[in-house]
Design a protein around this ligand. Structure first.
Ligand code: F6R
Length: 606
């Protein structure tokens, strides 16, 4: 969490840094700050709260300079306050940091004994002191940073400027992402590539244990041991416009509407319709070599994994376990070299997921991933990655990343099924046909946005919701409830509908709307039964059903329809109206939809 950015070049640094921070704000928004070299002096502006607060400070007290660093914070050590906001300055050295320094208390004591005076409660401030100490002892900036990081235990991406060497910026990376944007006579550092897109689409991704010195015309990477690293720049497909709202009121709404396109982008290039098969570049897993699949992920990505279990078990006939990454890593999980571990993550930077992957690798498992961000830590940690083509997801609540993850899992399941012969070419053709007709069906659901908005007006004042689903749609009940709670702050629970009678039914009364997922599939009759149970206790039912439904509509207070689809893809279709419902309820409640309180997009702390 936290976003860092740095700029050196011919432009006014403040504009570039603020633009970058705007794009990084989803990573954390408790406070923000920038430091610019103004007339040779490191000059600071910081503010508590969202970026607009910093903008206001800068309007009152503008800054000028051609190089600087910026930060948007998700508080870990120390409450959100101006003193705790980054950058942290010591003796002409300014530092921004993403990550956690585990040994900061010991370092602080050591520095205090030498007379250092600390101004904040953060772990980061020890870094500016350590670098300054080295500079005082005659070291050049890059060497000072190298020596400072050799004392750190923990995770970090850093950007550093110093009054002593105003012609450069230094960055360093350990387990937190850091990219270098290589422009025409201008260079940037950033936590992720969305922040550099306005100056360049050429990026070099730092790896753990690397340090970089940037100037307007140069990038020099070395390992922490001082060995030179040569790495070509990668061309980024994402455009600046993709990371903007393009006329939508919120990123979340824009990203919901992007789904027909990004879903198609994700399967396009992989499906071979005439063969009823899927082509996955460099994927050479064989079902016969796999005893079981273990899926690890967090949050919404974990929900995708739960759907994946149904797909893999049905199509590839391989047993699947789905684990929360944060649980998996703290057990002694039973995985070995016959286990295929599949990690799912939009950002590729979720600390728990990365730790689970490392644990699985230690035990000899083959580890692959589904991820949305190229060159992220996850794609580097895993032997093979399927890249979803959701494009930059800026809204903190995941929408299009989730539906593209479902597509990715479907593709991998079909491939394993075809490879093992469990899916025949004929059946393969049906499966692929179902997939390629999906985007049109999502488009059709988008047309019902207005109706769902009207429904939101009826329901936004309720304080609790229950979501019910069965089988492959149970994870969608979980996902619908998660979406509602995170963006509207309304308490919501997702349940497997069959579990109702084992406890949750006690909650049902007229104050409890129940969202029932009842598409036409094998469990439809059972869902009708659940609806009766809710009705009998006075609960209000919002049913999501297949178009043309005759029975569920009679039992529900309100109905949302989705087009008919194979049961394997219905989860994806059901997701879209639930995203709308959460979104419109949140808008009516006046919450901060794109940046809900207490959350951050990439959860890089454990
Ligand atoms: C919810 C949401 C989170 C993420 C979770 C994992 O809308 O976005 O629950 O799904 O933090 O993040 P990734 O997928 O980046 O590993």
């Amino acid at each position: 969490m936290c976003g860092i950015v740095g700029y050196i070049g011919p432009k006014e640094a403040v504009g570039v840094l603020m633009d970058g921070l705007k794009r990084l704000e989803y990573r954390g928004y408790d406070s923000s700050g920038i430091a610019v070299l103004e007339n040779g002096k490191v000059t600071l502006r910081r503010a508590v709260g969202k970026l607009e607060k910093l903008q206001a400070v800068l309007l009152k007290n503008p800054l000028q300079g051609r190089s600087g660093i910026g930060h948007t914070r998700w508080a870990t050590h120390g409450r959100p306050s101006e003193e705790n906001a980054h950058p942290h300055i010591e003796g002409g050295v300014a530092v921004v940091h993403n990550g956690i320094i585990e040994n900061y208390l010991a370092l602080k004591e050591e520095l205090k004994k030498e007379g250092a005076h600390f101004k904040s409660e953060t772990d980061t401030e020890v870094i500016s002191h350590l670098i300054h100490r080295e500079i005082k002892n005659g070291k050049k900036l890059a060497e000072a940073v190298r020596r400072a990081v050799s004392r750190l235990k923990g995770t970090y991406a850093l950007a550093v400027i110093s009054e002593d060497e105003p012609d450069k910026l230094v960055g360093a990376r350990m387990e937190c992402p850091l990219a270098v944007g290589v422009g025409e006579h201008e260079t940037m550092l950033s936590s992720d590539i969305t922040a550099i897109l306005n100056i360049t689409r050429k990026a070099i991704f730092l790896q753990d244990g690397e340090l970089v010195v940037i100037t307007p015309d140069g990038v020099e990477i070395t390992t922490f041991d001082g060995a030179k690293v040569t790495r070509p720049a990668t061309h980024i497909d994402w455009s600046p416009v993709m990371a903007e709202k393009s006329g939508f009121r919120h990123f979340m709404l824009k990203e919901i509407f992007e789904q027909p396109r990004v879903v198609a982008d994700t399967f396009r290039g992989s499906v071979i319709e005439e063969k009823g098969d899927v082509f996955l570049n460099n994927f050479n897993m064989r079902a016969a070599d796999i005893d079981k699949i273990v899926i690890v992920a967090c949050g919404t990505s974990w929900h995708a994994g739960l759907v994946g279990k149904f797909l893999f078990e049905e199509l590839a006939k391989i047993p699947v376990e789905v684990d929360l990454a944060s649980e998996f890593r703290y057990r002694d999980p039973l995985v070995d070299k016959k286990t295929l571990v599949l990690a799912i993550s939009q950002s590729g930077e979720t600390a728990d997921t990365l730790a689970a992957v490392k644990e699985a690798k230690k035990k000899g498992a083959s580890v692959i991933s589904v991820c949305n961000v190229i060159e992220s830590s996850l794609t580097r940690e895993t032997a093979w990655s399927f890249m979803t083509h959701a494009g930059p997801e800026i809204g903190v609540a995941s929408t299009k990343a989730f539906t593209t993850q479902l597509v990715a899992l479907y593709l991998i399941a079909v491939r394993l099924g075809r490879e093992s012969g469990r899916v025949s070419p004929e059946f393969g053709k049906t499966l692929i046909h179902d997939l390629v007709t999906l985007s049109k069906k999502i488009e059709h659901i988008l047309d019902s946005a207005g109706r769902i908005e009207a429904l939101a007006k009826k329901y936004f004042h309720f304080r609790d919701f229950i979501y019910l689903g069965r089988g492959i749609n149970y994870p969608i009940a979980l996902e619908g409830a998660l979406k509602l709670k995170e963006v509207s702050y309304i308490h919501a629970e997702g349940y497997a509908a069959g579990e109702m009678k084992h406890g949750p039914i006690a909650l049902i009364d007229e104050d409890m709307p129940v969202v029932v997922l009842a598409p036409q599939d094998a469990s439809y009759p059972k869902m009708l039964g659940n609806m009766e149970e809710v009705r009998a206790r006075g609960g209000r039912i919002i049913a999501v059903v297949t178009e043309g439904d005759k029975e569920a509509v009679l039992k529900a207070d309100d109905v949302i329809t989705i087009p008919a689809a194979s049961h394997r893809l219905t989860p994806l279709l059901l997701t879209v109206p639930l995203q709308f419902l959460a979104y419109y309820i949140a808008v009516l409640k006046g919450t901060d939809v794109d940046q809900p309180r207490n959350l951050a997009k990439s959860v890089t702390v454990e």
